[in-house]
Ligand binder design. Structure first.
Ligand SMILES: Nc1nc2c(ncn2[C@@H]2O[C@H](COP(=O)(O)OP(=O)(O)O)[C@@H](O)[C@H]2O)c(=O)[nH]1
Ligand SMILES: [Mg+2]
Length: 200
């Protein structure tokens, strides 16, 4: 998959603000600070398309990016689990994500990000359960893989799979936005999904 062009398409807080459903969407979900913006910037080959946050928990919107003149969209879902937001705000985010998941006919998959160093949180588990429920699961990316050794990863990948309840055929892919590892694999999986979608 060659990324020739990417641009912000739309910022939405509610469904009436979503863009049209005629372009296939690949969404990214994960807790705040997991490295979602860094990964999107790297994949889309843009330094500052998605903002890398020194101020986690600020994004309360769903951001849609158009790639290759609407060949597909990348959708940045609000980060969850930031400790310093109130219960009600955190509830809004859950609502916002679930509303998107359940209403979006052009959504091919949600790529869930978890930190390669840690056991998934209760909210990570909840998120993966939603994805399974809406049949949008199957691809989990473990971020910041530069921060752990191969030995630790060998251990952590089993912990992550087990805690999320991933099926054998589900993919768990370690990536590092810092070292730029795992990104070509991820792009080729995305390319495959996008072409499957275009082939109907
Ligand atoms: N070491 C390392 N740090 C990363 C990586 N990806 C993101 N970070 C750092 O993690 C923090 C959160 O990243 P950001 O992309 O804003 O996360 P988001 O809140 O999920 O969008 C920033 O300080 C990034 O520089 C990575 O692959 N390796
Ligand atoms: Mg972000």
């Amino acid at each position: 998959m060659l990324i020739k062009k990417s641009e912000l398409n739309c910022i939405a807080a509610k469904p009436s603000q979503y863009p049209s459903e005629d372009v296939v969407e690949i969404a990214f979900a994960g807790r705040s600070n997991v490295g979602k913006s860094s990964l999107i910037n790297l994949l889309l080959n843009r330094k500052n398309l998605a903002r890398v946050s020194g101020n986690p928990g600020k994004t309360r919107t769903i951001n849609f990016y158009s790639v290759n003149n609407d060949e597909f969209r990348v959708v940045d879902l609000p980060g969850y689990g930031y400790a310093k937001v109130s219960k009600s705000v955190s509830h809004d985010w859950g609502d916002m994500i679930e509303t998107y998941l359940k209403t979006r006919d052009n959504l091919a998959i949600v790529i869930q990000l978890v930190d390669s160093r840690h056991e998934p949180s209760a909210q990570d588990v909840q998120m993966y359960e939603w994805l399974k429920h809406y049949e949008l699961d199957g691809l989990v990316v473990a971020t910041k893989s530069d921060k752990i050794s191969n030995n630790e990863w060998a251990k952590n990948k089993n912990i992550i799979r087990k805690k999320l309840g991933m099926e054998k055929e589900d993919i768990l892919l370690p990536v590092s936005s810092l070292k730029k590892t795992g990104c070509n694999e991820l792009l080729s999986i995305i390319g495959e999904l996008v072409s499957q979608w275009h082939d109907g």
